[in-house]
Design a protein around this ligand. Structure first.
Ligand SMILES: Cc1cc2nc3c(=O)[nH]c(=O)nc-3n(C[C@H](O)[C@H](O)[C@H](O)COP(=O)(O)O)c2cc1C
Length: 234
């Protein structure tokens, strides 16, 4: 059995009375998740919609609690870290993580950044040792697969694209993913939303098809891996 963690972050719902307002990133991620669940109904599934239910921003008290040794924390400090503990437990449990994100102001929504700020935490998801020289931070989790689903109004944010220099969404997610314990990353991007033309329709259709095929591919290889492990354990 595997665990699939699904994090959406658009402030728009997946379905609205006016379908023109439906979140594109949420609907692409949903394609992936529906296909995965069809193929592997026994898997654990954890869902967070941080766009609709944003995690708290971190505060000075939060940092104070994080840097207080666990055995010395006051009940108030433990309470302050309770959400962070829960979110980290969800990431730790996950084998596969799907993060869907709209592009807002050329990066991720503040709500998704707040989720990362609660999770990237010393001695929980990374440790720090100056003996490592110029790279003192080291992730503590590993072995996870990440699927990044994005939607943008403009286009050309990829390497070599016409807006490469403004594309801070996928690169930022990629940088942070190592603190989630991600070894393998796949990216699915829908673009052109603001143009509302044929390029947009094609881009969304391709992204949905890719989400479905990737979910089939990864869920089959997860099943093959489980069978191999079962044989090895007999
Ligand atoms: C507040 C806000 C900021 C946005 N900023 C950008 C941007 O910087 N670049 C861009 O290409 N599109 C931008 N867009 C367009 C969205 O990325 C696009 O509508 C996308 O489809 C939203 O994701 P969703 O459909 O999952 O809600 C912005 C939209 C909003 C609402």
């Amino acid at each position: 059995m595997s665990t699939l963690l699904h994090v959406d972050s658009s402030v728009r719902a997946a379905t609205n009375p006016n379908p023109d307002h439906d979140s594109i990133s949420k609907n692409i991620a949903r394609r992936f998740v529906d296909t995965w669940k069809q193929n592997r109904p026994e898997d654990e599934y954890i869902y967070r919609d941080v766009g609709v239910n944003p995690p708290d921003f971190i505060t000075q008290d939060w940092i104070g609690a994080v840097f207080t040794p666990e055995e010395n924390r006051t009940p108030a400090q433990e309470e302050r870290l309770a959400l962070s503990d829960t979110l980290i437990a969800e990431v730790s449990a996950a084998d596969v993580i799907v993060i869907s994100s709209p592009m807002y102001n050329y990066g991720m929504p503040a709500q998704l950044k707040a989720w990362f700020d609660q999770i990237v935490r010393i001695n929980k998801t990374f440790d720090f040792d100056l003996a490592r020289g110029d790279f003192p931070l080291q992730p503590l989790l590993s072995g996870k697969t990440l699927i990044i689903v994005t939607s943008s109004g403009e286009f050309g944010f990829e390497k070599g694209g016409i807006r490469e220099d403004s594309g801070h969404l996928a690169p930022h997610l990629r940088t942070l993913s190592k603190y989630l314990g991600v070894d393998t990353t796949y990216e699915i991007a829908a673009e052109y939303q603001e143009f509302g033309d044929e390029r947009h329709r094609l881009s969304v259709a391709k992204a949905k098809a890719r989400a479905e095929s990737l979910a089939s591919e990864l869920s089959s290889s997860a099943s093959a891996q489980s069978s191999e492990n079962e044989v090895a354990n007999v």
